[in-house]
Design a protein around this ligand. Structure first.
Ligand code: COI
Length: 324
């Protein structure tokens, strides 16, 4: 575990001893964990208020075998990215939206959550402490992973008496091994990611464990990921294990699998995947291809607009970026 005494001394020492620029192969970053220097940790007891929180050296934490998160899955995660601008400064993208989503999820999972201010401040502290791990502009980003978990001990099914809010970071490149080339999805109608009344609408950790099997089967068959259909009709598109899906039509509504198969262009979005063009989707043994193995026009435009904004290469008229 981390001790609060001595942390600041070791923080200062290890920061001085390590070089300013991380020694990494920036050209070949995928989406694997790279250990960085520091993580953030804050705790909350039964009063519902989080402690001030500290930046401590990155490393394992100690939790009771009886922790609510380990036994009953009382946990949430978030994900956001910090990009380096050409001038070397660092940009966050809409961090208060992640804070709000964590608060909404915490309400559903009976957990207290940090305030939006505390969340954003904790993200900033963690990124600044690890700033040498933010890739050079154009080489990727620093993926920021906030966690909120029931760390207190329980035995009967109940909300945990103590919560831990943590943030760790890792430099990342492309999520899929295809890089920016189109990915191949398979529609899985025997597995569902979410059901009415369930927790599909919040970013709880169990939503992700429950699709590992479908994802493994798909990967064994050579697909990049799985596209799930709704649990009631087994017909409307929900999402992919690791990201959202869009078909090129400007409407937000239920899209049935039949319409999907007719689309001109399909792409996935997410913090991790950014905008990933879809090259094919296989459904009930039939494969439909999109974009002649190339990146569609809309996918390319959205990818470029989003990442240019995130990297500070174009003016942010939306007020979506936060400079550190
Ligand atoms: C996201 O980017 O939205 C995620 O949740 C990514 C994670 C599954 C790696």
């Amino acid at each position: 575990g981390h001790s609060s005494t001595g942390c600041h001394a070791s923080l200062a020492t290890s920061y001085m001893e390590t070089s300013a620029v991380a020694d990494l192969d920036w050209e070949n970053l995928g989406f694997g964990l790279v250990h960085t220097d520091f993580m953030y940790i804050a705790k909350c007891g039964p009063d519902g208020n989080f402690s001030k929180g500290e930046v401590v050296p990155f490393g394992p934490i100690e939790v009771s075998p009886s922790a609510g998160v380990l036994n009953y899955g009382q946990g949430l995660f978030e994900g956001l990215k910090a990009y380096r601008k050409t001038d070397g400064s660092i940009l966050l993208f809409r961090p208060e939206e992640n804070a709000t989503r964590m608060r909404d999820g915490a309400e559903r999972m009976c957990m207290p959550a940090p305030t939006v201010e505390q969340f954003v401040d904790a993200v900033k502290q963690t990124v600044l402490a690890n700033k040498r791990w933010v890739p050079p502009t154009g080489k990727g980003s620093l993926y920021i992973r906030p966690l909120l978990m029931g760390s207190g001990a329980v035995l009967g099914l109940a909300p945990a008496p103590e919560y831990t809010f943590m943030i760790f970071v890792s430099p990342v490149g492309n999520y899929f091994k295809e890089g920016l080339a189109p990915i191949n999805l398979i529609i899985e109608d025997n597995f569902h990611r979410a059901a009415p009344g369930g927790t599909g609408g919040v970013k709880t950790i169990g939503n992700y464990a429950s699709v590992l099997k479908a994802q493994r089967i798909a990967k064994e068959k050579g697909y990049s990921d799985v596209l799930y259909l709704d649990a009631v009709h087994n017909k409307y598109l929900e999402e992919v294990s690791s990201c959202n899906i869009f078909i090129v039509k400007v409407e937000e509504r239920h899209v049935s699998v039949d319409e999907l198969l007719e689309a001109d262009e399909v792409f996935c979005t997410g913090t991790a995947v950014v905008v990933s063009p879809v090259g094919s989707i296989t459904y009930q043994g039939k494969r439909v291809e999109y974009g002649n193995q190339g990146v569609g026009v809309v996918s390319q435009q959205l990818y470029t607009s989003l990442t240019s904004l995130q990297m500070g290469h174009v003016e942010d008229c939306m007020g979506w970026t936060v400079e550190l």
